[in-house]
Design a protein around this ligand. Structure first.
Ligand code: NAD
Length: 433
């Protein structure tokens, strides 16, 4: 394998995983971030995010001299020994005005490094960006001797390292065949199906995949509501559906609505992209509306469970992150449901295995505790909002001893209803007939 000299700009979930994994594949990687304190921590081997295997890979890469950290994109592309060959952009592209992706971070990096890139270098966009961004990036760069490639990332938080090293596919799009092949070659050792395509199609693959998954979840959440009305069990229904290989078993679990750092912003961005192209993508709009409905239905369920009014009632929340296995609270459906409960006057106390204390500006209005017993104490009900597997083995007898009403609303259908009933609880799942 030919070891490349790589710069990765942005050391968040995607950038740090990309940098550490590429270093583990034998490449020489310099990771840059605008956040100097974060870079200082990374240099000490401290990883801010919860990602299994990532601290070990960072330590290995650093010890082997193949992975280092600098402040600012310019420092990463101006490497002393050999010129940088490939620059990955892994910066945020949050929801901007009108739902469109905000490309200011991409623009800022291009402004910073554009003139510094050595001739023959390839700029790779791994951030999720609207169709046409590769072409716009090439224009911003204004360099005939630097190619732009789109290489969307499909990793899932909580399994980021595994997903990066065992991808379902690698998608690489560019108008430069040579540049696309160079980027694809970085992943050659992974043996994944590799699609070389044009940049616009590669950019679209990411939105198309994420919006499809969001739509699948909205479908199953709507189905859960219907099952509940009709006395059918959504788990039986989705099991039967999932045996159909055209549907598959994954992404068929109902919940309190979908969220996280990608689906909400990507669905809004695709809608905005479609609107500017004069295309009515009603399916995606309906999926977003269903998501709002799902959250409201969860609140209805909790309100009913505590006797019809949430005002002044203490509600214990189990789980705050947007899914299990991650510490990420961005656009968490758990927090969205919490906000709705609070708006009706509920007093909230929350427990999450990834957060032992409050996160200012994010968990405001929730008394975050570090023990599930404290979340249950004097609560009118417990609400399971994140599918942390450890909730299955909580000591329900002990929780039953401190709670005011032995009621659990399980929005993830995570717990064993029989165990709870034996401990004297009323257990309510979603869509269980
Ligand atoms: P993140 O917020 O975790 O990390 C982004 C990092 O970029 C931060 O550390 C930030 O300080 C840094 N940064 C911002 N501006 C910078 C600049 N000018 N120079 C250097 N560093 C800068 O974001 P993320 O979750 O890793 O997502 C990055 C991109 O990847 C987004 O477009 C996202 O949609 C996409 N993506 C995310 C995931 C995911 O699961 N998180 C999966 C696939 C794709």
């Amino acid at each position: 394998m030919f070891a490349r000299r790589i710069a990765v700009i942005g050391t968040g979930y995607v950038g740090l995983t990309t940098g550490a994994c590429l270093a583990s594949l034998g490449h020489h990687v310099v990771c840059a971030d605008i956040d100097a304190a974060k870079v200082a921590r990374l240099r000490q081997g401290e990883i801010d995010i919860l990602e299994p295997g990532l601290p070990e890979l960072v330590a290995e890469g650093t010890a082997a001299g193949r992975l280092s950290f600098v402040v600012g994109a310019a420092a990463a592309v101006q490497q002393a020994e050999r010129p940088v060959e490939i620059v990955f952009l892994c910066v945020p592209t949050p929801m901007g005005e009108g739902g469109a992706a905000d490309l200011r971070a991409v623009q800022a990096v291009i402004d910073e490094v554009g003139a510094l890139l050595p001739a023959g270098c390839v700029v790779v966009n791994k951030s999720t960006v609207p169709v046409g961004t590769a072409a716009v990036t090439a224009e911003m760069l204004g360099r005939d001797d630097v190619a732009v490639v789109s290489n969307p990332e499909f990793l899932r938080e909580g399994t980021a390292v595994h997903d990066f090293l065992h991808p379902d596919r690698i998608v690489v799009g560019s108008s430069s065949q040579g540049a696309a092949e160079r980027v694809a070659a970085l992943y050659a050792r992974l043996g994944a199906p590799t699609q070389l395509t044009d940049a616009a199609s590669a950019e679209m693959v990411k939105y198309a995949a994420n919006c499809f998954l969001a739509m699948k979840l909205s479908y199953v959440n709507a189905l859960a509501g219907l099952c509940e009305q009709l006395g059918a069990d959504v788990l039986e229904v989705t099991e039967g559906m999932g045996y159909d290989r055209r549907i598959g078993q994954t992404f068929l679990s109902p919940g309190p609505g979908w969220g996280g750092s990608c689906f909400p912003k990507d669905t809004h961005a695709l809608l905005q992209i479609a609107e500017s192209a004069g295309v009515d993508f009603e399916l995606v709009a309906a999926s977003l509306r269903q998501n709002t409905t799902t959250r409201a239905l969860v609140v209805d369920k909790v309100r009913a469970a505590v006797g019809g009014s949430l005002a002044g009632r203490r509600i214990g929340l189990l789980g705050l992150t947007f899914k299990a296995g991650t510490d990420d609270l961005r656009d968490s459906p758990a927090l969205a449901v919490a906000a709705l409960l609070r708006a009706e006057g509920a007093e909230l106390v929350g427990f999450d295995p990834a957060h032992s204390r409050a996160v200012p500006g994010v968990t405001d209005g929730i008394d975050v505790v570090d023990d599930p017993i404290d979340a249950a104490k004097d609560a009118a009900a417990l609400v399971v909002l994140t599918e942390w597997p450890q909730f299955r083995t909580l000591d329900w007898t002990a929780l039953g001893g401190v709670i005011e009403n032995r009621v659990v609303v399980d929005t993830r259908n995570l717990l064993d209803g029989d165990i709870l009933r034996r401990a004297g609880f009323t257990w309510m799942g979603l869509g269980r007939g």
